[in-house]
Design a protein around this ligand. Structure first.
Ligand code: FRU
Length: 721
């Protein structure tokens, strides 16, 4: 029954050895057939170390050798205490492995001096789930040097996780490596931005920023522990002069990540912002992090507002937050910082914004109509909530949230409009119902109290549509304001045209095809557009690998509705503001192009630009453009357009071919057929490929007489550029 002392050669090799460091002492490894001098009392410990997992227990892992102390004898019900022989403290540190219950004083290992507990540690688990893995623990005990001590392992808990596992108790002079765990650090906020270092692909951690006991931010982050790919600036302005607690799970106290969490008055690490190699120069993208859906597109306070699904802390989707940008002209955006952060209702999913001009909500004040955001909080349940602002800068969540309770799990994306004839608000909401996609229509007098009005059935897969992000608006037919039709549109941009009486939508068409390209999703139209237009902007699913940001928005487009032989169809063209973008024009002349003719754009180099080709094309001719390596062709016989891998019907408009191509560093968009055809596509032109070429192909007699052939090398839309 002697305490076994021996040197752990391996341990000594792995740890830095100082000249005066004494050898490590393995005080207890619980490898024997009895407790080797330790005294067991009660029912939890049995009479000898366990050989791993006990009956009825989840698999126990992470212990050293074959044996360990496992107080799951008699399950969680068993209680008791295992006490060591006396020893003298002669090393700076006590290291051990511990797992099981996480209850202070109830499932723990203690160090006792003079019968008093001077150090204690518990396992990690306090609620169902969790893990039976043992992790490293340690105590620094230098101040207790020379004292006589005992250790005890306590199991006084009987409910779930009412047991403790301990192994490999070592006395050492070298600080034992720390087990990653939940680390909490107090940080005095002295500057507006607290940065979090991101390294794409690094281990993910859960972070919480707690201020005065309230969780103000919670997010997952691939945390850089050495060199960051980029810094995520967290606006801590509201807590300046206070101390916040930053909690990070699965991290060590001495991780390099802590030193990288720097503060500064402005976002750091943004040298070259908006000049990054794959940064779209003509499209909105977030300064840092990921975006998907456009949200809350609205004109308010003399400017356009674009909110957007934002992951401020990572390159991929996650941590859904509402970012915010403003623009005078829908093209030059200035990012204003995030406005809706995850809360107890869940992450902030998509939604919309309206100007409550009559202050029906009461969120405004005299002469100050509120801007109201309606958004999805995607927790369990998933609910719809409201937030408001009177200055278009600071937003407050409504204290009576949620405003719409869950219909079915995953219901989301409220789009709200004012319905003048019935004088009330109308919301369209995506609701999945028994494998069907449906749009729930609700009405409200005040944006706070919502009443279900009717349901539009989007059908069953694979023919279903109206999946996510519905949009609902009226459009004049053929530009005639007196004949108006309602359009109900889903995330994939397919739509139906019909009538709406304020309660029920009556379709007058079947499902109509949306845009003809790829990578365009969840578009949203602007509310309160001052020019009375319907302006749509969509998410371009265009990845930008290696960049500190990811994805972008489409060009903003004005929508129309025209009668065709096939019935009413939606048209799109870049908003008129687009034409006012400044840029240098490179003319290709107005050539008669014959097969074999020279490229009229010879010598023209483009990076981000628009290209316009228009004129009369003879039968038997294919017009072939090469736009930075993406072929764009139109065939006069088949009346088909191809853009890279995409092929679509593209009839002539009034007998003319008109191609409007917008190329950027991660996208290409082609408009033609009088706006009936819009082909968006994610492309990554090679950085060095600045080609613009034009030719026609066909047999003798083929050709085109162009009256428009130009490229505009546009100025970037970013601030300071
Ligand atoms: C569409 C979507 C929405 C949801 C959001 C979450 O892309 O799935 O339905 O609200 O993205 O980011």
């Amino acid at each position: 029954m002697k305490i076994r002392f021996f040197v752990s050669a391996l341990f000594a090799l792995l740890l830095p050895i100082t000249a005066r460091a004494a050898e490590d002492v393995v005080f207890a490894d619980f490898e024997g057939t009895d407790y080797a001098g330790w005294t067991a009392a009660g029912t939890a410990f049995g009479s000898e170390p366990a050989q791993g997992t006990l009956p009825g227990q989840m698999a126990v892992e992470g212990f050293a050798g074959r044996g360990l102390v496992n107080s799951f004898h008699n399950g969680d019900k068993g209680t008791g205490r295992l006490t060591s022989p006396e020893f003298k403290i002669e090393r700076r540190w006590v290291g051990f492995l511990i797992g099981g219950g996480g209850f202070a004083e109830k499932t723990c290992v203690n160090l006792l001096v003079g019968g008093k507990v001077v150090r204690t540690a518990t396992g990690p688990n306090v609620k169902p789930g969790g893990s039976e893995r043992l992790e490293r623990g340690s105590w620094e005990v230098a101040e207790l040097a020379g004292k006589t001590a005992r250790m005890e392992i306590v199991d006084e808990a009987t409910g779930g996780w009412g047991h403790v596992n301990v192994d490999q108790i070592v006395f050492t002079d070298a600080k034992p490596p720390q087990a990653p765990g939940l680390v909490k650090k107090e940080i005095a906020i002295t500057q507006r931005y607290l940065h979090f270092p991101v390294k794409t692909g690094a281990a993910k951690h859960k972070v919480r920023v707690v201020v005065d006991g309230k969780v103000e931010r919670m997010f997952d982050i691939e945390l850089a522990e050495e060199k960051a790919d980029w810094l995520a600036p967290l606006d801590a302005g509201a807590w300046q002069g206070r101390t916040v607690t930053v909690e990070v799970d699965r991290l060590t106290d001495d991780s390099g990540a802590w030193a990288l969490m720097t503060q500064a008055a402005t976002p750091q690490g943004q040298e070259g912002l908006y000049s990054e190699p794959l940064r779209p120069q003509l499209h909105f993208s977030p300064a840092r992090g990921w975006t998907n859906d456009p949200n809350g597109c609205v004109y308010f306070g003399g400017e356009y507002h674009l909110f957007f699904q934002h992951n401020p802390y990572g390159w991929a989707w996650g941590n859904m937050t509402w970012g915010h940008a403003v623009s005078p002209d829908l093209l030059h955006w200035r990012e204003m910082g995030d406005v809706l952060h995850e809360d107890a209702f869940g992450p902030m999913f998509s939604g919309s914004a309206v100007v409550d001009a009559r202050n029906t909500s009461g969120f405004g004040s005299a002469g100050k109509p509120p801007l109201v955001l309606l958004y999805t909080a995607a927790g369990h349940p998933t609910v719809q909530c409201a937030a408001s602002s009177t200055d278009g800068r600071t937003f407050a969540k409504y204290s009576g949230n949620p405003v719409v309770k869950e219909f079915t799990d995953g219901n989301r994306d409220p789009k709200v409009i004012w319905h003048e004839p019935t004088h009330r608000w109308v919301m369209v909401l995506y609701v999945g119902r028994e494998k069907k996609h449906t749009v729930q229509i609700l009405t409200s007098p005040n944006l706070r109290d919502w009443t279900p009005a009717s349901v539009v059935d989007g059908g069953m897969a694979p023919d279903s549509f109206l999946y996510e992000c519905p949009d609902f608006f009226e459009l004049p037919v053929n530009g005639d304001a007196k004949t108006r039709k309602w359009v109900l549109l889903g995330a994939n941009s397919e739509y139906v045209v019909g009538r709406f009486d304020g309660t029920t939508f009556t379709p007058e068409t079947g499902k109509l095809p949306g845009q003809q390209g790829r990578n365009f999703y969840a578009p949203q139209t602007f509310s309160d557009e001052p020019k009375g237009r319907r302006v749509q902007i969509g998410w371009m699913q265009a990845a930008t690998p290696g960049m500190p940001f990811n994805q972008c928005m489409s060009v903003p487009m004005e929508l129309g509705l025209v009668s065709t032989e096939d019935g009413p169809r939606m048209t799109r063209k870049p908003v008129a503001e687009w034409d006012a973008l400044s840029g240098e024009v490179r003319s290709g002349g107005t050539p008669q192009l014959l097969p074999g003719a020279a490229n009229p754009f010879a010598g023209v180099e483009i990076d981000h630009a628009e290209v316009r080709i228009g004129g009369i094309v003879t039968a038997g001719t294919t017009v072939v453009l090469d736009v930075r390596g993406t072929p764009v062709t139109w065939n006069a016989d088949t009346q088909e357009l191809t853009v890279g891998p995409v092929k679509t019907k593209a009839p002539l408009a009034k007998g003319r071919l008109d191609l409007h191509v917008i190329v950027d560093r991660s996208t290409i968009e082609v408009f033609t057929s009088g706006g009936l055809v819009y082909v968006p596509l994610a492309v990554l032109p090679a950085a060095g490929n600045k080609t613009l070429s034009l030719k026609v192909e066909g047999a003798a007699g083929a050709g085109a007489q162009l009256d428009l052939a130009l490229a505009r090398l546009l100025q970037p839309v970013w601030p300071g550029k």
